[in-house]
Design a protein around this ligand. Structure first.
Ligand SMILES: *Cc1c(COP(=O)(O)O)cnc(C)c1O
Length: 390
């Protein structure tokens, strides 16, 4: 954990311009001026540092990614236009035809689609394992395996993987370890500390925190990130300077926002445990979570997401959403506004019933991204909606 998290998130900004502005301005420019032909040559030869073209780098994008890398305990990174652009870059920069990936079964819907629908067209194979099945992880490794991949806690099932176990396994077999740290954010958990080589984020979620912009990041050592930089420079999934400016400002408040998201989420989860309309309440820091010990070992707090299982199944799940007054129905998460979604009918509707069951997405599962509103108001809205479920 970074002991100067808040200070570095706030003070890690780029140098002032000659205008002596306090807040960093937005550098809306597609390219940068060369001082001479030789300066241009030296920039392209990597002999000197500096921006060339905003597909490669831009002061706002650099500020965002350097701050985020520091908060994750990584050397450097690449910022991308969305979380999925980061996911794809983190895979495509390293995998060749014939390579094999061992992945946790509990992956974000689109990441699952990349592994099952896109990469196989280019000869990259994968095997899925249950996130907590240590013997399964070991057994799935083949001579052609190149990468281990997981998301922890997972979206939306809140399953955890043991980062220390995976870090050691990857090291032992000389494999790359790729972790999607979107749900935890660098404030709650730092996978690089356990040996993750590639740490990916959807910055759209808690990092932005106010549901305004899309963004993503791939973080790691200079050696690893050089490969991602090459891939991203040529294929162009660049983050816009404006989005980088927004996200860089967001990092300044990440620690205080996460403290409150987690406090509110724990209060909501604790309160709902006794509700008869629910067959389960899942939250990593509830004593009833099957991996609570692991959660407390590798996370600072339990995160901002709570999932509820409505005893009445699919129909009760959709009735509950329609009965909410304040909480928004939207597919984002990590927003200051609380949001509810029903994965079985939306984000995970493309999975088969068996695939959903394998990652704990039951027909009555509702995901609540607990926001920053007054916690009593969040609880009151959920309570009244549950009362109206038949
Ligand atoms: C949202 C999300 C993504 C994708 O991010 P986008 O910014 O929407 O492209 C990837 N992984 C997880 C865990 C997510 O929640």
């Amino acid at each position: 954990m970074n002991e100067h998290f808040e200070t570095e998130a706030i003070r890690g900004q780029i140098e002032r311009s000659s205008h002596r502005e306090h807040a960093v301005p937005v550098y809306l420019t597609s390219s940068f001026v060369f001082e001479s032909a030789d300066h241009a040559r030296a920039l392209f030869a990597d002999e000197v540092e500096g921006a060339i073209y905003s597909r490669y780098s831009n002061p706002n994008v650099d500020e965002f990614i350097q701050k985020l890398a520091k908060l994750e305990g990584c050397e450097t990174g690449v910022a991308t236009a969305s979380g999925m652009a980061a996911m794809f870059a983190g895979l495509a920069s390293f995998l060749n035809a014939g390579d094999h990936v061992v992945a946790s079964r509990a992956l974000f819907g689109s990441t699952h689609q990349i592994l099952t629908q896109i990469l196989p067209r280019w000869g990259v194979e994968h095997s899925y394992v249950n996130p907590s099945d240590e013997a399964g992880w070991k057994a799935a490794i083949r001579p052609s395996t190149r990468m281990l991949m997981a998301e922890t806690p997972s979206n939306p099932g809140l399953a955890l993987v043991d980062l220390e176990f995976l870090g050691n396994l990857a090291k032992e077999h000389g494999l790359l370890l790729n972790i999607d740290n979107c749900f935890a954010t660098p404030y709650l958990q730092n996978p690089a500390q356990y040996g993750a080589d590639i740490v990916t984020h959807s910055a759209t979620k808690f990092i932005d925190g106010q549901g305004r912009v899309l963004g993503g990041a791939v973080l790691g050592s200079r050696e690893v990130i050089d490969k991602v930089k090459f891939f991203a420079r040529q294929t162009g999934p660049s983050m816009s300077p404006f989005n980088a400016w927004v996200l860089s400002k967001s990092l300044e408040t990440l620690a205080v926002r996460m403290e409150r998201h987690c406090e509110n989420a724990l209060a909501v989860a604790t309160h709902l445990q006794k509700n008869p309309k629910l067959s389960a309440v899942n939250y990593p820091f509830l004593e009833s979570h099957p991996q609570v010990k692991l959660a407390k070992r590798q996370m600072r707090h339990g995160g901002g997401i709570v999932t509820l299982e409505l005893a009445g199944g699919y129909t009760a799940g959709t009735q509950f959403l329609d009965a909410l007054d304040m909480i928004t129905l939207s597919s984002n998460l990590g927003d200051s506004r609380s949001i509810a979604t029903h994965p079985a009918s939306t984000t995970h509707s493309k999975l088969s019933n068996e695939e959903r069951a394998a990652v704990n997405i039951t027909p009555g599962l509702v995901r609540i991204s607990v926001g920053l509103e007054t916690v009593e108001d969040i609880i009151a809205d959920i309570d009244q909606a549950l009362e109206r479920v038949g």
